[in-house]
Ligand binder design. Structure first.
Ligand SMILES: [Zn+2]
Length: 145
């Protein structure tokens, strides 16, 4: 079992953040051919969403949905994949992944074997993502729970 002192999500460098508040962090991630996707990380080292009280569950899911909306608006994917696995890093986090019919794994998950070579999808600039996330998520976190 992972403990906070050797957990990579407890040791994130502030420079890797796209957005954060007192409860959640949003960090960028990339898989060749997928382009941008995001991970939404709960700040505290907990294993499962059911370890959180109701208000915190809602707060986390509102951030996950806000990130999904931002990626949909910016990238116009054919589908969004949202997943919470944590088998390798058991610190509560969600993957928010835009999917495209020509991505290397479609229609399988991004963790499946590649079906085709990666394309030339351009990554968004982190500044574009940061600006869009700040605009969308500021209203999420100001909403009374
Ligand atoms: Zn952790």
């Amino acid at each position: 079992m992972s403990e906070p002192e050797n957990c990579p999500l407890c040791q994130l460098a502030p420079t890797s953040l796209l957005w954060s508040d007192a409860y959640c962090l949003v960090i960028p991630a990339q898989i060749p051919g997928i382009g941008d996707f995001c991970r939404v990380v709960w700040r505290a080292h907990v294993r499962e969403i059911t370890d959180l009280v109701d208000a915190d569950r809602h707060r986390l899911l509102n951030v996950v949905m806000g990130v999904e909306e931002v990626l949909r608006d910016l990238l116009r994917p054919v589908k969004m994949n949202v997943a919470s696995l944590g088998n390798q890093v058991p610190h509560l986090h969600w993957h928010v992944i835009p999917r495209f019919q020509d991505d290397p794994f479609f229609p399988d998950s991004v963790w499946a074997a590649e079906r085709r070579p990666p394309g030339v999808r351009q990554a968004l600039s982190e500044d574009v993502l940061r600006t869009a996330l700040e605009k969308r998520l500021s209203s999420v976190t100001k909403t009374p729970l």
